[in-house]
Design a protein around this ligand. Structure first.
Ligand SMILES: Nc1ncnc2c1ncn2[C@@H]1O[C@H](COP(=O)(O)OP(=O)(O)O)[C@@H](O)[C@H]1O
Ligand SMILES: [Mg+2]
Length: 494
């Protein structure tokens, strides 16, 4: 019997207007990987922040090796042997790897560098101790965070959605490191909502939904369907049937476009591609490789440094945002609340934004009539057309965005992470809407982080890496193709 490292009982945490955790029990044994699975907003990060001393629970207790503890801070947590790699890294960019690892200790740099090398080798976490943090890729920074915890002697290692920023190959390497840790008795809390990964790495899985534990299952007791059901609370049908695409005329040509990021770095580095009417081009890539900037240069929200964008035969490189909307470019952005919707305006008003018939703006009756039609057609759950859009669930907000953008009868739809944070029913709705638009002759540019989304929707798949398309493949979910995409996502030519 391996002994229990950590146990939390009856944890309650409230934020203004939200009961984030509602009486959560959870425990971690030596040498196991205990996964915390749940949709966005389920409370996973909040629970870990409590264990790592970032938040105080409103109720409940924490036991470390059987003794009740009050964890005051992350520093205190680490002294006890509890370490966490947060979703947003906490390294000092201008310091070297070894300097970062030595922070908070009195250890001389030479000794730390040698130790970093040793840990790096032992766990297969490849990194140069003398490299500066700002020079590293996201995957490398994550390895530094883990090495830092191992150097500090953590016996409980919390990894909050570590694979969200990794290629499939980097994920495999991380899993190897996790297995080495558990072989030495370390307990790992792994957080994810990707079921295939959870199936592969977990000894136990606890499913969290809306702040409550739905259940804890041991390996052998869980399979992908069961976990999905527990996570979303109903059966999941996620294979969307669709016909083969029948591409028509050229709709958009992006030709050798360069653009800068908000920080002034080169974000698009001579990107080129074309999309025809009636086809979906899915672009896969690790976050931060120019996806956002690409969507923004096409919608007109970001300036192009050089290169050309042609839409429906016209040069729109320097056209205004409104001209592009009127020409037929629809946009389903990643950030619903910030970019796509005005949270304080009503559902009806949001459904009317971006339309050219400005005069009707002042005619409430016609705005409401317009709204009622779309609320019914898109089955938007709202108390009334007059309700402020901020009170809707994520899925219903996304329906408002889609209803509005589709009502503009676009020739091109740009969809960026269109289902992020949505429940399964809303997700299916978004998929069906995009495929329907395609079948009606719309060109679709899909920028998604999850490969299953790319495979479910795309007719062609391109891979973006450091601001360029580095290759194309088919939407075939075979292991060979996933590996090929993974290599391209990591910038390895195939
Ligand atoms: N600092 C905070 N202030 C207010 N609300 C928060 C805060 N942190 C999290 N929440 C809310 O608590 C809930 C759980 O969030 P979180 O723990 O981040 O979920 P997960 O990590 O499972 O996606 C969400 O409704 C979120 O909006
Ligand atoms: Mg989280």
């Amino acid at each position: 019997m391996s002994s229990t490292l950590l146990e939390v009982k009856g944890i309650v945490k409230r934020f203004p207007g939200v009961l984030a955790l509602d009486g959560v029990n959870f425990d971690l044994k030596e040498g196991e990987v205990h996964t915390l699975l749940g949709e966005n907003g389920a409370g996973k990060t909040t629970l870990m922040n409590i264990i790592f001393g970032l938040y105080k629970p409103d109720e409940g207790e924490i036991l470390f090796r059987g003794k009740k503890v009050h964890i005051r801070s992350p520093y205190h947590a680490l002294q006890l042997g509890i370490g966490m790699v947060q979703q947003h890294f906490t390294l000092v960019p201008s310091f070297t790897v070894a300097e970062n690892v030595s922070l908070g200790t009195k250890d001389p740099p030479n000794k730390v560098a040698a130790e970093v090398k040793r840990i790096s080798k032992e766990f297969g976490l490849e990194v140069d101790p003398y490299a500066k943090i700002w020079q590293l890729s996201v995957g490398e920074k994550q390895r530094v965070e883990i090495i830092k915890l191992l150097y500090a002697g953590a016996k409980v290692v919390i990894l909050d959605e570590p694979t969200a920023v990794l290629t499939p190959q980097e994920t495999e390497a991380l899993f190897k490191a996790i297995r080495k840790m558990t072989a030495q008795g370390t307990g790992v809390i792994f957080i994810s909502h990707k079921l295939n990964e959870v199936m592969e790495i977990s000894d136990r899985v606890t499913v969290l939904r809306k702040g409550k534990v739905i259940g804890t299952l041991k390996r052998g007791e869980f399979d992908q369907n069961k976990l999905a059901q527990m996570m979303v609370g109903r059966e999941v049908v996620m294979k969307i049937e669709r016909e083969k695409a029948k591409p028509g005329d050229l709709v958009i040509r992006v030709d050798n476009v360069y653009a800068k990021s908000d920080k002034g770095h080169l974000a698009l580095d001579g990107i080129s591609f074309e999309i025809r009417a009636g086809e979906i081009l899915g672009i896969a890539g690790v976050a931060g490789n120019g996806q956002r900037e690409l969507a923004e240069v096409i919608t007109g929200l970001r300036k192009v440094e050089s290169g050309k964008i042609e839409f429906a035969g016209k040069d729109i490189t320097n056209s205004s945002v409104m001209d592009r909307i009127l020409a037929g470019i629809a946009y389903i952005p990643q950030d619903r609340k910030g970019v796509a919707l005005s949270p304080n305006l009503s559902v009806a008003e949001n459904l009317f934004l971006r339309r050219k018939e400005r005069k009707i703006w002042f005619n409430k009756a016609s705005i409401y009539e317009h709204a009622r039609r779309y609320i019914e057609e898109y089955k938007i759950k709202t108390p009334s057309p007059a309700t402020a859009v901020k009170y809707l669930s994520g899925g219903n907000m996304q329906k408002v965005v889609i209803a509005r953008e589709f009502s503009l009868e676009p020739k091109l739809i740009i969809a960026v992470h269109p289902t992020r944070g949505l429940d399964v029913a809303s997700m299916e709705f978004v998929y069906r809407s995009l495929i329907k638009a395609r079948d009606e002759g719309v060109a679709v540019l899909l920028l998604a982080g999850e490969l299953y989304e790319i495979f479910n929707l795309s007719d062609r798949v391109g891979v973006i890496y450091e601001g360029k398309i580095v290759g194309y493949t088919t939407p075939d979910p075979s292991p060979e193709n996933v590996e090929k995409i993974g290599l391209m996502m990591a910038g390895v030519a195939v």
